[in-house]
Every structure is written in C-alpha cells, then in structure tokens.
Ligand binder design. Structure first.
Ligand SMILES: [Zn+2]
Length: 461
C-alpha cells in the first residue's frame, strides 16, 4: 500500500473530462439507500385525488398510445425535492399536450421508499417501478460494478429486499421468475408492468431477441387483461450504430404484438458532464428506430436519455425519461478516477441553459442569461435561486429548473401546426443562432460548448 493512499479518493464519472470534476454528482446519485431526511414536506403536494380505477386505466392507455408525448421523471437519490411540484405544475400547465409519468428504480430503492414516492405523485397515472433486471450479476451487473470501481450498482441495503435480483436463475430465465418480477412491481404500486429488461447482449443477438420476446410472452401470461404491459429492453448502443443489428432489432419489434417499448441503450462515456451522445451513428440509429416504430403505430419510450430523448420526439419517439442526477439523464458507461482528497475541490456547479439546450457551469450560464437578447428564466426555481445569498447554490432548485424546462420544451414541440419535427428544428436552429451571435461575448468552449446541436440539426432537416 502506498502511504498516500488515504489522501486519494476514488470516484466514478460518466464523462471523458478529468480536469473539471463534477464526479461527486454521480457518486451521490447512485449511492446505496435513500436519505430519509430528504423526504421532507417541502416537495409534497397539498392535494390528492381519489382515483377512479376505470378512469385511471383510460388515462394510462392514453398516455401510452402514440399521439401526446410522454415525459417520465425518474426519482434520483438526491436533489429531487421539487419533483412533485414540477409534476403538479406541469399537469396544470400542459394538460392535453404532454402526458407525465414517474419512474422508481425498483431494486435501488426500498419498498417503503417507493411507496412513499408513489404516494407523493399518486395523481400521476403512469407509475413505473423499473425492475432493472439488467443489473443482475449474471446480466450486466458485473460490468456495471467494474465500471464503478467495484461498487455494486445495486447496494446490499436495497438488494436484500429484492430476491428477483439476487436469486439464482437458469440461463434465459423462467416463467416463474418473470411472474415474480411482475408481482414485485404490483406490490409497490406500479400502475403499468414492465418486462424484466435483462441485458440484451449484441454479441449473441438471436438469443437476446428470443429472450426479449419470451419475457414479453411470460409477462402477458402473468398479467390480467386490463394491465398495461411495456416491453423493456436494455442493450448496448451497438444495436443502433450497427446497421445489421439495428435491422434485426427493428424487425423484431415491428413483428411483435406489443405496442409499447421502453428501450434503454448503454451510451459510451460522454464527452462532457451532463452531456449528450455525440456519435453520429448512434444518433442515426435513434432517428431510424424512432421513425420506423412511429410509422408502425408503436410507442417508443427512451428512458434515461434527457434532452436527447426530447429531440428524439421529433424523429418519432413517443416519450423519454430524465431526472435530476446525471445517472437519470444518461445511461452511459462510467469509469473510475482517483483524485487527491486534500485539499478537496469544490465540485463545479452546473445548470441547464434552456435557450441553448445544454448544461454549462453556473458562471457561464449567468453571463449567458444576462445577454440582452436572452430572456432570463422566470420559473419559481430560478427565482428562488436568484434570491439565495451571493455565491450560494442549491442543486434541488437547479434540478427543479431543469425538469420544468424539459417539460416545457416537450410541450413546445407539440404546438407547431406542421408537427414536432418542424418545431424541434426551429428550437435547435434558434439555439445555434444564439450561440453564434453570442460567441464573442460569452464564448462557449470545452464542456460549455453545446456540441450536440450541429448533430441534431443535421438530423432534423
Ligand atoms: Zn428556471
């Protein structure tokens, strides 16, 4: 052992950048267990509705049917105090234009934690308890652990509650196990049922596709007729970037009787903290798969895609999920970095700059927002942020601002008479125009540079 070892901290990050550490974010977000102190009254709703079961069923069907886009908010471990507020405000403001749902990462929460979360958002019809079966150690869990420096994706404090994650399982699973996954989702109050979503390895594509189909079949068998089933797929992004794999996947999804898919792809390490994928092949893959499923009247939901999920609405995606933490905004490879513990650097503060569709550091965001042609965000979270004593910052408020704007941007793409694609094209074009016009006054370089805008523009023609 090196004698300086105690001065070194190991962190894991999902971006290539090493000089500008925002590493603590990811570490906190995926920490084991939830802090009960966080569940205070601040974000709680002051009203609740008695659900009429039939009415809820209709609302769920409507939210999953192609047409009105669906925004899913995933509960993060920290800083999601204002999630219920964003949701109730959003329902009032965007009713009819956007459907809203919530996602709890099932095996990374306790049963009590999930029930408490769902009770705070009980008026939201689409409540998903994502089984995340890809995180089993015989699926993708081992790799996840390695990418996290040996720290398990599902820690022992929560995994002990979920035997479907830890039980031994023969290759391909069993109908009894799939039934257990279904029952577990029901037991915590999920209103729609996901198939398990084990890792669909692209190296063994035929078997992976068979498993997707078999698990969907078993899930339907385990469900009542009135329960809504979503086919849950977690897979490497090579399924999108390799044309032959993409075609095989598309053929399978189009051929299946199911109409709602929840497709989560593992992105390569991001180039920027809170960044977007910048691989043209992956984006081409998204554009094609969204378009084909849309044309076949199938609803494609892209979990953990953040603002990339938003632009995919223009290509034909039905919905996307995001959240406050970087792990909720992107399902991307992570890597371990080692940094000196002392003196411990203050992590860079970052926030979403809506007019340029990008997360920058806070000083840059402030300078950008102060430009005469930029309208300052007037949301309640930004107003509260501005009222903080000078030099202070609050991640919960910045998170509320991001979620609210992701929702508003979604509503905005539904407003154009010529459709979502034209609407998104205009928003992205305006963002690029603003960056260009401001380049001498507020140069956006390195992590502040919204490099994805050009790639998006090219795919919105
Ligand atoms: Zn704001």
């Amino acid at each position: 052992m090196h004698r300086d070892d105690e001065d070194i901290v190991e962190l894991f990050v999902d971006s290539e950048d090493i000089d500008d550490l925002d590493a603590s974010d990811l570490d906190e977000d995926l920490d084991e267990g939830f802090d009960p102190a966080e569940d205070d009254e601040q974000g709680q709703l002051t009203f609740s509705l008695d659900d009429d079961a039939d009415e809820e069923e209709d609302t769920i069907s409507a939210a999953l049917a192609p047409g009105t886009p669906l925004v899913l908010f995933q509960r993060s471990h920290q800083h999601s105090t204002y999630l219920p507020t964003v949701i109730s405000d959003g329902i009032h403001k965007h009713s009819g234009r956007v459907s809203i749902g919530v996602v709890a990462p099932l095996p990374r929460m306790t049963p009590e934690g999930i029930r408490r979360f769902f009770s705070k958002v009980e008026h939201v019809p689409v409540r998903i308890a994502d089984p995340e079966a890809f995180a089993r150690l015989d699926s993708f869990g081992d790799t996840l652990s390695v990418q996290r420096g040996g720290k398990p994706y599902i820690g022992p404090s929560t995994s002990k509650h979920w035997s479907y994650i830890t039980d031994e399982l023969p290759l391909g699973g069993t109908s009894a196990w799939v039934e257990q996954v279904v029952e577990t989702q029901r037991s915590v109050g999920a209103s729609v049922i996901l198939t398990p979503g084990v890792w669909a390895d692209s190296a063994d594509s035929i078997r992976s596709l068979n498993t997707i189909r078999q698990h969907a079949r078993w899930t339907h068998e385990a469900c009542d007729e009135d329960e809504k089933v979503i086919v849950n797929i977690t897979a490497p992004s090579s399924w999108l970037s390799t044309p032959s794999l993409r075609d095989r996947l598309l053929d399978e999804l189009v051929d299946m009787d199911d109409n709602t898919f929840y497709l989560r792809l593992r992105w390569p390490l991001l180039a920027q903290p809170y960044g977007q994928p910048l691989d043209a092949k992956i984006l081409d893959g998204y554009a094609e798969i969204c378009n084909v499923l849309d044309e076949n009247d199938k609803a494609l939901i892209l979990p953990n895609t953040g603002i990339t999920g938003w632009v995919a609405l223009a290509w034909g995606a039905h919905g996307f999920s995001t959240g406050v933490g970087t792990g909720e905004r992107a399902f991307a490879d992570t890597r371990v970095i080692r940094i000196k513990n002392r003196p411990r650097r203050e992590p860079t503060r970052r926030t979403f700059v809506t007019p340029i569709l990008h997360v920058t550091d806070v000083p840059t965001a402030d300078r950008f927002n102060a430009l005469p042609e930029v309208e300052e965000c007037h949301c309640k979270f930004c107003r509260a942020l501005r009222e903080l004593p000078r030099g202070q910052f609050n991640k919960d408020l910045a998170g509320g601002h991001y979620l609210k704007n992701a929702l508003d941007l979604t509503a905005e793409v539904t407003r154009h008479a010529r459709g979502r694609r034209v609407a998104a094209r205009q928003i992205v074009r305006d963002a690029r125009g603003l960056v260009e016009a401001a380049k001498d006054r507020v140069p956006l370089v390195d992590n502040n540079n919204p490099r994805h805008l050009q790639l998006w523009s090219d795919r919105l023609r």
